[in-house]
Design a protein around this ligand. Structure first.
Ligand SMILES: Nc1ncnc2c1ncn2[C@@H]1O[C@H](COP(=O)(O)OP(=O)(O)OP(=O)(O)O)[C@@H](O)[C@H]1O
Length: 287
């Protein structure tokens, strides 16, 4: 049996002016995967196809080894989902939402839910219409984490949270995958958050997967070579990914910064952040 909690094969969706183009990736159990990409790269389209909120054109999606459409009801009972906008009925209070959710989810845990409401300082009897945006997101996390979900899918969910709660939520995600059977797929523009929690990074650009890598491989090995034209011309092109020309120098993204530092001792070689790697792929020139 596969250890993947989510498998996507050649997922495609054509909107005319935008095409999600044969997106494939797998999310193993026990892993947090960050889905990154510029505005309009196709992150939400991918997530909405996974959740069957929009109809894919083609491709296969398996969640818990089951087809995401034919086994949708069973799958959704083990899925926790948080978006940047969450649409709980406004007239309800958190306690009423809890009652409603306990009827939907067989694994609903009242104790955990009450603890989350307390931790997030959410008034249990206040109507949601009077909640701030961040409070609504916190409530969505409380629900998502209180029904024994095995897979959490978060679409820009943390961006409306203040840094302290965001940090708490990130710690909770790390806890969530500790038992090696739970996983998280999280799309975010806050790359530093993903740098903190993600085990794996999948990068979407213009509807295509540009790369999928272990985060540690990216932060431990990738680097930026800063050099003048003379050294730039001697760089081994098989070891470089992309470059950007600045006023007086070239900046070159390389997969192995230690090797580059050894081979080009006169160049300055520095580590690359995930944000910088993304910028090189999107704005850099390929050699
Ligand atoms: N219902 C729709 N009809 C037509 N085009 C759509 C629809 N939904 C999304 N798109 C288009 O699909 C493209 C990808 O959008 P998507 O929301 O998936 O990107 P994203 O990576 O999540 O971006 P962001 O970071 O801005 O949220 C965009 O060009 C968008 O206009």
């Amino acid at each position: 049996m596969t250890n993947n909690i989510l498998e996507i094969h050649n997922l495609s969706k054509d909107y005319g002016d935008f095409v999600l183009d044969r997106v494939s990736f797998s999310l193993p159990r026990g892993v947090i995967m960050g889905l990154i990409g510029e505005n309009g790269a196709g992150k939400s389209t991918t997530i909405n196809c996974i959740l069957n909120e929009i109809q894919k054109d083609s491709g296969g999606i398996l969640i818990f080894g089951k087809d995401h459409i034919s086994d949708e009801i069973e799958i959704k009972s083990k899925l926790g989902v948080v978006f940047d906008e969450n649409h709980f009925p406004d007239i309800f209070t958190p306690m009423e939402i809890g009652k409603y959710m306990s009827g939907i989810y067989p694994g609903w845990e009242w104790v955990a839910y009450r603890q989350f409401l307390e931790k997030f300082e959410l008034p249990k009897d206040k109507k949601i219409k009077d909640f701030s945006k961040g409070m609504k997101v916190k409530l969505a996390f409380a629900v998502a984490l209180s029904h024994k979900a095995e897979l959490l899918i978060l679409d820009e969910a943390t961006s409306g949270l203040d840094p302290i709660i965001r940090d708490d939520v990130l710690d909770m995600l790390i806890d969530f995958v500790q038992d090696e059977s739970h996983s998280v797929l999280v799309s975010s523009h806050i790359i530093s958050d993903l740098e903190k929690v993600a085990d794996y990074i999948t990068f979407l650009h213009k509807g295509k997967v540009i790369f999928g890598h272990e985060k540690n491989d990216l932060v431990d090995n990738y680097g930026i070579v800063s050099c003048g034209a003379a050294i730039f011309d001697t760089l081994n092109k098989t070891e470089t990914i992309a470059y950007r020309k600045e006023d007086y120098q070239y900046k070159v993204l390389v997969k192995n910064r230690d090797k580059a530092a050894k081979n080009y001792p006169k160049a300055i070689v520095s580590p690359a952040t995930i944000e910088e790697i993304m910028l090189f792929y999107v704005k850099g020139e390929m050699q």
